[in-house]
Design a protein around this ligand. Structure first.
Ligand code: B12
Ligand code: SF4
Length: 484
């Protein structure tokens, strides 16, 4: 079979980095003897015409599309084009959105034949070995873990199975991801060395933050790869792809201090020349002095931390299990024992949060020893606790708004105009301080990064003022992992 794995077209690509999810699946599909192409629309800056030409030319047997919630309108357009120009291609979807709302996703996208909810490696190993005639065989389809499929007028969601032993999963197909030709502004502002590769070392998180949808993909139980398996992949990336920096994208990488210590020791011993960052955010309550010192020795120079709010009441509402006191104490610790560059993640416009509490968050952010801050509007991500209450009250959802600088109607009780002004205030007051600007300037290492910083400053100044553009949705890669 000829298989296309696609990261869809978006209007804006803020972070463009090798796509691990598609890479893992490509390895499995190649292993089963098929031809796979990974098409990262952001990296290729693909136009709709380019995409149409490609599917007309290649007539793929299978097109697998990764789907974040904000990408639904774009995914729908891709599917429309596939069905028009290559009707025989079977379309299959996976990723964050369908993991959080499998039935809703299938009813929105009628031409999607199959989907995968959650980690798809175990299911894909079986699915990819089916013959086309098996696609109509319910007895067979039922046996495929995590498969979402249509049976009569219903959508079936098979029970999930994820690998308990992550070492059993083959490395992503790095030869199709080519980290060495990705831009130098990956997730987490600037890199210190290039090329950069993202890496997943653990999957899952046992916490239950009410705004988080991660568990619908990776579950609530944390599983780590063995130190040997992780370090071997890092060495492979260095030797085969020239990678100099690793960005760990796990949900809760620092949860197990003994693991982190073991990994750092091994990194110091075997790959002392690489640098590491944690752009996706770690929990402050998992960090202690010993781990921090060791991480810095191993080359960790930048990390993001989930803070979310400056109000203990709102932190409770979010089920974050952190307090202002602990947050301040750990940030002081990080800055006292290391020079690690720190980004704080904050959410504003949380349901039940007052204007006064947002102001407390802004003041709190400014009072902490942070180098950067990201203020995101609360999103009821499918599968999160927030989502459950939101969807009951808001049946017609505008998916386009599930994006970091957009306000999703009906989430906050504060009027949208006021919320935008508060967001702008947060960005301006945090960033327009001499010590923060000086810190950003110190991070610059290449002329290219000057341009990136310029664009980001523009984003800060324009924050909350952007117009909404429709159909061709915007994608960014800020996130829980946002940047200015
Ligand atoms: C790293 C990361 C990013 C990175 C890289 C994303 C990427 N495209 O590779 C960046 C910074 C770009 C990013 C951006 C955003 N992210 Co993000 N991100 C993550 C994170 C932490 C890990 C993702 C990852 O690489 N996992 C490792 C790989 C192996 O897993 P995977 O990609 O999920 O793929 C597996 C399955 O999903 C499935 N699968 C994936 N694609 C496909 C395709 C097919 C055809 C099939 C069959 C299966 C399949 O199989 C794969 C193997 O098991 C997750 C948290 C999480 N627990 O998942 C949040 C998460 C996915 N992100 C989230 C959000 C909110 C965002 C943003 C919307 C943030 C924003 N504020 O604007 C943007 C949207 C970007 C976009 N539209 O592309 C939310 C969910 C979003 C949602 N429902 O849409 C999550 C769950 C975080 C959370 N706290 O809730 N993100
Ligand atoms: S936000 Fe972070 S700590 Fe909270 S549940 Fe999600 S991954 Fe876990």
């Amino acid at each position: 079979m000829r298989v296309l794995l696609l990261k869809p077209i978006n209007e804006v690509y803020y972070v463009v980095q090798p796509n691990l999810g598609l890479g893992y699946l490509a390895s499995i599909i190649e292993d089963a003897g098929h031809d796979v192409e990974i098409l990262d629309s952001g990296k290729k800056n693909l136009s709709w015409n380019d995409f149409t030409g490609l599917i007309k030319r290649n007539k793929y047997d299978l097109a697998g599309i990764q789907m974040y919630s904000n990408e639904i309108p774009s995914v729908a357009e891709h599917i429309r084009l596939i069905k028009r120009h290559s009707p025989e291609t079977v379309v299959i979807c996976g990723g964050a959105h369908i993991s959080g709302d499998p039935r809703g996703a299938m009813s929105l996208l009628k031409d999607v034949r199959f989907g995968f909810a959650g980690e798809a490696e175990a299911g894909m190993e079986k699915f990819i070995r089916l013959q086309k005639e098996d696609y109509g065989n319910p007895a067979l389809l039922k046996t495929i873990p995590n498969l979402v499929w249509r049976s009569g007028g219903e959508v079936e969601v098979n029970p999930g199975r994820s690998f308990q032993n992550l070492d059993e999963i083959r490395y992503p197909a790095w030869h199709l991801l080519s980290p060495n030709i990705y831009p130098s502004a990956p997730h987490g502002t600037f890199c210190r060395q290039r090329p950069v590769a993202p890496l997943i070392i653990s999957r899952g998180c046992p916490f239950q933050c009410a705004f988080c949808g991660g568990h619908t993909i990776t579950g609530r139980e944390i599983r780590y790869r063995s130190v040997e398996n992780a370090v071997s992949e890092i060495m492979f990336l260095r030797e085969e792809h020239g990678v100099r920096e690793i960005h760990i994208e796990d949900d809760n990488f620092t949860l197990k201090k003994e693991y982190v210590a073991g990994l750092c020791e091994e990194i110091i011993r075997r790959v002392p020349d690489l640098t590491f960052a944690l752009p996706n955010g770690v929990r402050l309550d998992t960090l202690n002095e010993e781990t921090l010192r060791l991480m810095e020795r191993a080359g960790f120079y930048s990390m993001a931390v989930g803070i979310e709010s400056g109000s203990d009441r709102v932190l409770k509402l979010m089920n974050k299990n952190l307090t202002r006191e602990l947050i301040r104490e750990r940030i002081d610790l990080i800055k006292r024992v290391t020079d690690i560059n720190l980004t704080g993640f904050f959410l504003i416009g949380y349901p039940g949060e007052s204007e006064q509490e947002i102001l407390e968050t802004i003041n709190f952010a400014k009072s902490l020893k942070l180098d950067k801050a990201s203020f995101m509007f609360a999103m009821p991500l499918p599968g999160s606790e927030l989502w459950e209450s939101y969807r009951e009250k808001n049946p017609g959802i505008d998916w386009d708004t599930f994006f970091y600088y957009r306000i999703i109607p009906g989430v906050s009780e504060i009027p949208a105009g006021k919320l935008k002004r508060l967001h702008r205030k947060a960005m301006l007051e945090f960033y327009l301080r001499p010590e923060i600007i000086a810190g950003l300037l110190r991070e610059i290492r290449t002329p290219e990064q000057v341009g990136i910083l310029g664009r980001r400053i523009f984003n800060i100044l324009a924050s909350g003022r952007r117009s909404r553009r429709r159909l061709r949705p915007v994608c960014s890669a800020a996130g829980r992992h946002a940047k200015p």
